[in-house]
Ligand binder design. Structure first.
Ligand code: PMP
Length: 418
């Protein structure tokens, strides 16, 4: 494989967003006659050239199916695929690579746990708790398995600031609770949830904890052992990797005890018409030909990120948000939605007298990409009695200039709409 490196920012302790921007070719694009300001990172991040190159290098030089070939290309593809798994294991500090299961993304990771662990462990009267700020992909799979098993999905209250009400959670935690499923960082509001505390509380009553890390991995270093969670799910595309690949991490004893998810090639040890036996971890959960190029691309993206100072990136992103809030405070009619004590990556708001989708459309005309709507969190929007918000979401390559362009765009939108 090519030695792949980024163009700068490789020394620990140094992070400069302007330098990092050069690693992301798409950021040089014009949109509607303006230089692109990309503020839809919570939906998907842009991709560094090293990631794009890794995928093309894989297809140009190493492409073959994995694990069963009797030829050199298959060996190389298998090596790249398993190296990628090891890179993910290092990225989240998994005790072993066999606890890293490839999926299509966070949604599939959660569905996998619901369909296997959930079906095997939930029954009538059991409860699955989740805060009312979850993404639909961490609500609906549990509703589906609850309908099948007789278990109950119980929401945990969220306060006016967009924080999980820990007293309400404590009040609900009893021996009926088998699982608490919670996002690390809310995609709709940016709330950084106190997951370590939630995990400790849930474990006191013997409940397992699944962390939806779709937004978490992009903003903070994640250590599944330090967190002491039972499952951690994330998507490659939200952490500078490709779409179509994601990860489920689980505790070994839980993954071992879980039945398979899908049947097919790769996930079996033996097949006969009298019955089949399952492969070892993680292959038991990986039926069919996997997204090999996706795994290779994700590993390249994670190596890129790990080559940067992640604490310096978090500080940079926090400074962008602080600047947003400062400008927001003086902006007529702007109402922030979500004012938790800890927020990462997301600035969610409404402009009085305007509809979020009109604001989004007018920003797009000025080259500023944001997302508008319910952000796949309808119960949360119902909690606030609003149909949706305008959401600007940040990544490592955003700059103070991007924030200025956002507010200049909002100023124009306000004059146009009001
Ligand atoms: N959970 C959260 C918190 C998210 O932000 C998202 C994506 N918006 C998902 C789950 C689902 O991720 P994916 O669509 O990549 O499966």
């Amino acid at each position: 494989m090519n030695a792949l490196s980024n163009t700068g920012n490789v020394q620990p302790g140094v992070f400069d967003a302007e330098t990092a921007r050069r690693d992301f070719p798409i950021l040089a694009r014009q949109v509607n006659g303006h230089p692109l300001v990309y503020l839809d990172n919570a939906a998907t991040t842009q991709k560094p050239l090293v990631m794009i190159d890794a995928i093309s290098d894989y297809y140009l030089h190493h492409n073959a199916n994995v694990h069963r070939g009797a030829h050199l290309l298959s060996d190389e593809a298998t090596q790249a695929f398993e190296d990628a798994r090891a890179t993910v294991a290092g990225f989240i500090n998994s005790p072993s690579a066999s606890q890293v299961v490839w999926t299509r993304g966070t949604t599939e990771s959660i569905n996998l746990v619901a369909a296997t662990w959930g079906r095997a462990n939930l029954g009538p009267g059991d409860r699955v708790l989740m805060p009312a700020l979850e993404h639909h992909s961490n609500i609906v799979p549990w509703q589906m398995v609850a309908a099948e098993t007789g278990a109950e999905v119980v929401p945990v209250a969220v306060n006016d600031s967009g924080e999980v009400d820990l007293e309400a959670l404590k009040g609900l935690l009893d021996e009926r609770v088998k699982l608490v499923s919670i996002n690390h960082i809310s995609n709709a509001l940016g709330t950084v949830n106190p997951v370590a505390e939630v995990i400790a509380l849930a474990h006191c009553v013997g409940a397992k904890v699944l962390i939806d890390g779709a937004q978490g991995v992009a903003h903070y270093p994640v250590d599944v052992q330090a967190l002491d969670c039972d499952f951690y799910a994330f998507s490659g595309h939200k952490v500078y990797g490709p779409t179509g690949i994601g990860v489920l991490w689980g505790r070994e004893e839980l993954l071992d005890a879980m039945p398979p998810y899908q049947g097919g090639g790769e996930m079996i040890e033996t097949v006969s018409f009298t019955g089949s036996t399952w492969n070892i971890l993680p292959y038991k959960f990986e039926a069919g030909t996997p997204d090999i190029a996706g795994a290779v691309g994700l590993a390249a993206a994670l190596r890129y990120l790990m080559g940067l100072d992640r604490h310096a990136i978090a500080a940079h992103e926090a400074a962008l948000l602080a600047y947003c809030w400062q400008l927001a405070a003086d902006f007529p009619g702007l109402r922030r939605v979500g004012q938790a004590s800890q927020i990462a990556g997301v600035f969610s708001f409404l402009l009085e007298g305007t509809h979020p989708s009109d604001v989004g459309m007018l920003l797009d005309k000025q080259g500023v990409a944001v997302r508008t709507g319910h952000h796949c969190a309808q119960p949360l929007m119902a909690r606030y009695g609003i149909p949706g918000t305008v959401r600007a979401s940040f990544a490592l390559y955003n700059t103070m200039d991007d924030v200025d362009r956002l507010f200049a765009g909002l100023e124009k939108a306000r004059h146009f709409l009001l």
